[in-house]
Structure formats: structure tokens, C-alpha cells
Design a protein around this ligand. Structure first.
Ligand SMILES: [Zn+2]
Length: 274
């Protein structure tokens, strides 16, 4: 586990046997990349110098010598990370060392807010109910409820596949036996209308056909970022197609306007008088 995973991505209140991170959490220099919800883009965060040099020595049950870190078994440790673009952009963490284990019991902004912010315009490409579901999915996933989050994410993905099917059939004709197919099969037949990442990894999508009782927390945690990225790519593809249509529409209207102008000049009503 990296310091970034522990601080940014791990859920709250879970004791982690991560004594190898203790020195870093306690007063070490920390740098990591993360999405900055204020900058609205990825940024590098660095720990405040004050914490690195002058931090309050944690309460120690095994002697207060600042040099006897290995003997420390308890203490509260704030970690304040500052965005390299603007010092006012801060991510705060509160970490406790308890019985040799590290527990994160505070984080602001939350991992869910960082994830939701990182979606940017992708989120707006979804209809309102799907936007709410995606936010729920991210909040559950970031709170160590990966199965719950994954179920919401799966619903959004399935709806996008249904939308793709309607667009695909409008262009290529009806697909026989579509309803009987599992997700993997559906993705295979819709491949020409899906982003490469989705179409090329059809085997992964079998997990999307599994019943809720068959899902394992670890599998859902592993697949969640992949499904989230697939949703983003489908939305980007849809947005790209829509923009291309709008552009074609604008060009056609401009051409029509020019043509009617040219026709109007070629045969104005008063021509006969000349
Ligand atoms: Zn920032």
C-alpha cells in the first residue's frame, strides 16, 4: 500500500497494519498526484512544511523521546496536503496510531468528492437519475461498500448499452436474439458502435451478468474503476457523435442560407424589368 492509497483512497475507521507508513505519516515529506476539486484538474499535492518540521509530537505510551519512533504505539497525526497550483487548495487527513495500527478517521474533501469532481463533464452527459446513481456509486465505493457501488454502476452501464443498442439498430437494422444474450454477447454484437476499450474487453463484462449474491467485494473493488472508465468512454463517444451531428447540421444550414441567397440574386423578382 502506498501513502497515497492509504490517505486518499482508503475508507475511514479501518485499522491498517501499515507500520511501514508510520514515519511518513508522522512527520515525513509527502508528495502525491490527485485530482484537485478546486482547480478542477489533476495536480501535485505536497505536505505543509510546518507539519514536516514543527509538528506536535504524538502522545506516546512508550516514552516521549522524539527519536524512539519505533516504540510509539499511539498518537494523533494531522496530514495537510497543499495543491502545488494554489496554496488555498488543501486536502486534510486525520490519522491515529492505535496499538501499532494506522487508522484514518478524517478526510476533507472526501474521496467520493475527489472522484465525483474528476468526472467533470462526463457526469453532465448522463440524465439526472443516472447522475444521482453515479454519485451514489462513487460514495459507496469510496466508503468500502464496493458491491453496493458496483450495482449502481452496473445499472448505469446497462442503460448506456441499451441506448447504444437503439442507436446501433437504427443504423444497422434489428439484432436477432439480443434479449437472450448475456452482457458479453451483447457487447460483441454492438462492438461497431462501442468504444474500443469496451468492445475489446467483452470477457470482463461477464461480471456484469452475475447475480448480486454472486458478487464478491474484492472483485467489485477491482472491476469498479474499469467499468467507470468504460462508462466515461461511452459517454465521450456519444458526445463526440452528437457534436459531429450538430456541426454537420450547422454547416448544412449555412449552405442552405448561401444557396437561397445565391438563388435569390440569380432570379430576383425585378430581373424581368432590366
Ligand atoms: Zn488546486
Amino acid at each position: 500500500m502506498t501513502i497515497r492509497t492509504f490517505l486518499v483512497e482508503n475508507g475511514l475507521y479501518q485499522p491498517i497494519d501499515a507500520s511501514f507508513l508510520l514515519d511518513q505519516v508522522e512527520d515525513g515529506r509527502i508528495t502525491f498526484d490527485a485530482y484537485c476539486p478546486e482547480c478542477k484538474s489533476s495536480s501535485t499535492f505536497k505536505r505543509t512544511i510546518a507539519e514536516v518540521k514543527d509538528r506536535v509530537v504524538p502522545i506516546s505510551l512508550a516514552g516521549n523521546s522524539p527519536t524512539s519512533r519505533s516504540k510509539r504505539v499511539a498518537g494523533f497525526m494531522p496530514v495537510t496536503m497543499i495543491c502545488s497550483r494554489t496554496v488555498a487548495h488543501i486536502i486534510r487527513f486525520e490519522v491515529e496510531l492505535s496499538n501499532g495500527k494506522l487508522v484514518k478517521y478524517g478526510q476533507s474533501p472526501s474521496y467520493a468528492d475527489i472522484l465525483i469532481g474528476s468526472l467533470g463533464t462526463d457526469l453532465k452527459e448522463l440524465d439526472k437519475p443516472a447522475q444521482r446513481e453515479l454519485v451514489k456509486a462513487l460514495r459507496l465505493y469510496s466508503s468500502d461498500a464496493a458491491i453496493g457501488g458496483f450495482v449502481y454502476l452496473r445499472r448505469i452501464f446497462e442503460n448506456l448499452i441499451s441506448r447504444t443498442k437503439i442507436a446501433h439498430e437504427a443504423e444497422h437494422g434489428l439484432i436477432d436474439g439480443y434479449d437472450a444474450l448475456r452482457m458479453k454477447g451483447r457487447i460483441q454484437v454492438l462492438a461497431p458502435s462501442l468504444p474500443a476499450l469496451v468492445a475489446e474487453n467483452a470477457a470482463v463484462w461477464d461480471i456484469l451478468s452475475a447475480g448480486v449474491h454472486e458478487l464478491a467485494e474484492a472483485d467489485c473493488r477491482r472491476y469498479f474503476p474499469f467499468v467507470q472508465s468504460a462508462i466515461a468512454q461511452i459517454l465521450e463517444r456519444e458526445a463526440h457523435i452528437r457534436r459531429a451531428r450538430e456541426q454537420a447540421d450547422t454547416t448544412r444550414k449555412a449552405l442552405q442560407a448561401i444557396l437561397s441567397e445565391v438563388n435569390g440574386v440569380a432570379s430576383p423578382p425585378h430581373d424581368a424589368d432590366d
